[in-house]
Write a new protein. Sequence first.
Length: 392
Amino acid sequence: MHDDADDARAQAHSRSGFATRLIALLRKELRQMLRDRSNLAVGLVLPFVLILLFGYGLSFDVTHAPVAVVLEDSSPAARNVVAGLQGSRYIDVQWTRSMDDAEARMRAASVLAIVRIPSDFSAQLAQGRARVQLVLNGVDTTSATALEAYVNGAIGMWAEHERDRSGSAGRASASGRGAIQIEQRMWFNEANTSTWYLVPGLLALVMTLIGAFLTSLLIAREWERGTLESLFVTPVRPLEIVLAKLAPYMVVGAIDIAMCLLAARWLFQVPMRGSLWLIVVASLLYLAVSLLLGLFISGVTRNQFKASQIALIVSFLPAMMISGFVFDLRNVPLMVQVVSQVLPATHFMGLIKTLFLAGDNWRVVLRECGFLCLYTVVLFVATTRTMRKRLD
């Protein structure tokens, strides 16, 4: 009976000691973070700069693209078919009557596309087999694809107008695009703007940079200053050190998440079709993964310069290039697809874009959150092991 009472007191004392040590460590880390103005600037100012830079400065939309229109047929019908290209903010028309002149402009990169109306256009239109030639500059495939859609859309609008005016579906089909009827639809991005595609991914990019980069310096800095050795002579445990270092930056990251969500909704008008609490939970989960990755790198390298370089190479750059932020991963080589699936950013990128633009797809949510939970557990255990009390 006496032994049971002693065991209970010992367990209570152990729990009390854990809480006391953890609170002391949290106070120490919080004061250290507030004293380090540069880290606070990176954690709070840099996300705001990135939001403005990527939201306003990075876009896949093509505006005021120079397009040469070769009008070999001067009939009213020929002029009407390309009239839709004028007055658009996407296209700046440059008129010419010579294909040689248009090709010269293309070689000089002064135009990005050529629309040619052949000399027999009117005669072909009367016979129901009119044709229009479109030549695209394939150097920039993104711009070429966008211009193709704009030109096709303008000609399709003219065909619809002809159908309404003449009441002849057959003639309108022939006059618009030969015997081909254009039928286009955009899912999840009916505004046809790349901002809707980029801004949700920007959340993942900010969390990766802020999480991995900031925490990659924490443990390495303490190794270089010798303060970690001082902690090792105290009763503090590795678990408590990791939790104390994680908590303040979770708060900074949560502020960044709020900034990104407010900017997405009110600054860029990106729809949030999924549940807000799911978006927040998924973002916090990925933030924890990024922070733990940075702590793990810091604990392994024990050198600030080396830790910062490794953090950029293994977290931010892959998240930028092969996570689905910029490129559709279905269009990259198989090996790159395999490597991308190892990255936590790839799973969060697909999840956050689904939640923003498509809604609560629970199959995707459970699968990707499962991966993120697995990364959290693995990185937490690995980071705790780097904090074992041993001097090399």
